[in-house]
Ligand binder design. Structure first.
Ligand SMILES: [Mg+2]
Length: 438
């Protein structure tokens, strides 16, 4: 069996005006659907970051993909991995401190490899009649858990003009409205763990938000807060101190300050106060080579992976072993995504023995209108995604929906994510991302 066709679909997906320390989400998020066809008539799919950069990176490896045996993932890794080594010869910051995920040229090859690896695994699964998590060694769990991912946001549900989506959660820019958002999201999806995207309001308001969430939901719902490096070490320690109780019982403090050194200082100072709230990161740790340093400095106790830029589902399994050996926890970060990525994240989570927290997902922020999975959105029940027994990823493309997403993309004036530009357009004409802001 050989790969005979390599198709790429650039999509625009309506997205609400969610806030983070990077700025404000645009009315449409960009995604790419990858489709591989084989000489045996099988089709494998995957989903990854969108826009010109990720698309060009995928186009660049077309000659390495077409004609390849989809079972030969090791040689796929070797041919793309050599390019990764080449990339590493240069200097650069592979963290997400300054660039949103999907935009850092330093991880272009692991991102590209991941998209192709998953489509090959989908083919392999279909060829042998098994779900991906069973193809890569079997499942540690059949229904991986996800968390309620809360965002401060402006009014609006995403999309523009006649294509605007319903604003399901309304404006949320204070603690009270965030409690309302969380209640709604838990009622809709049954999540059992809660994560708040911070770095938006004054830290005192975000502390109050977490306190009100704890008062409403109690210690049975672990709480996390992630300001994406918006805080100084001093502010991070203050927040850690004030939320010591609320972030215990399975909670964590995520990327409070920038860099492995900054995180290490936060950790040292909290420990000196007898506060062992773990620090999690998807910003400072984005690659295997970061882990020994993060462990030595004790900067990060929980790695937040993402199969989309760590190199795919098999690398997620390697990461699980790494974290287990290094005594680190493991969970998963997310970006806006559709149902194909939902299943990628579910299979990756299912296939990792060592996975210590419910994973993030932006899925509640997208709607049926934009879904490209045949039959509609992937169900989240009791906070979990059921893998089932369908071969491969377990989902197929609805080509009419893919075409609609491509039409929306064609009409858009932008080809990359720029949350700062959205802030300047809608909130403050002089807005710039400042680290640390507080
Ligand atoms: Mg994060």
């Amino acid at each position: 069996m050989k790969i005979s066709e390599f198709r790429l679909h650039s999509l625009a997906v309506a997205d609400g005006p969610l806030r983070s320390s990077y700025g404000r989400h645009a009315p449409y998020a960009l995604r790419t659907i990858v489709e591989l066809k084989t000489t045996d008539g099988l089709t494998g799919i995957s989903e990854t970051y969108g826009g010109d950069g990720p698309l060009a990176a995928l186009e660049a490896v077309r000659p390495l993909v077409v004609g390849r045996d989809p079972f030969q993932l090791t040689s796929l890794w070797m041919s793309l991995g050599q390019r990764t080594e080449f990339e590493r010869q240069g200097t650069g910051d592979r963290s997400q401190t300054h660039l949103v995920p999907g935009e850092n040229p330093m991880d272009v090859h692991t991102r590209t490899l991941a998209a192709i690896e998953v489509a090959c695994l989908d083919i392999i699964g279909k060829a042998v009649g098994k779900p991906i998590c069973d193809v890569v060694g079997g499942r540690a769990r059949s229904s991986p858990p996800f968390s309620a991912y809360l965002f401060y946001k402006h009014g609006g549900g995403g999309g523009l003009g006649a294509d605007a989506r319903e604003d399901e959660y309304g404006e949320c820019l204070d603690p009270q409205s965030m409690v309302r958002q969380c209640k709604q999201m838990i009622a809709n999806y049954g999540f059992k763990e809660i994560k708040l995207k911070g770095g938006v309001l004054d830290p005192d308001a975000e502390i109050e938000t977490i306190k009100q969430l704890r008062a409403e939901f109690g210690p049975a719902y672990p709480l996390r807060i992630d300001p994406n490096c918006a805080w100084s070490v001093e502010t991070s320690v203050k927040v850690g101190r004030e939320l010591r109780e609320e972030l215990s019982d399975g909670g964590y403090l995520e990327d409070p300050a920038a860099g492995l050194d900054g995180m290490a200082e936060v950790r040292r100072r909290l420990l000196a106060e007898g506060n062992d709230t773990p620090l999690a990161s998807n910003v400072a740790t984005t690659a295997f080579e970061h882990l020994p340093v993060a462990r030595r400095l004790d900067s990060v106790q929980i790695v937040l992976s993402d199969p989309h830029y760590w190199g795919g589902i098999r690398n997620q399994q390697h990461l699980s072993k790494f974290c287990e050996v290094l005594g680190m926890g493991l969970s998963m970060h997310s970006n806006n995504h559709l149902g194909v990525s939902m299943m990628i994240m579910a299979h990756a989570s299912a296939a990792c023995p060592h996975l210590t927290y419910a994973c993030d997902t932006h899925y509640p922020w997208q709607t049926e209108v934009d879904e490209v999975v045949l039959g509609g959105r992937v169900p989240i029940v009791n906070g979990c995604v059921e893998i089932g027994d369908k071969p491969g990823l377990g989902v197929e493309l609805d080509y009419d929906q893919v075409a609609r997403g491509c039409e929306r993309y064609a009409k858009l004036p932008y080809r990359k994510r720029d949350d700062e530009a959205e802030m300047r357009q809608h909130v403050d004409p002089n807005w710039k991302r400042i680290l640390p802001r507080w």
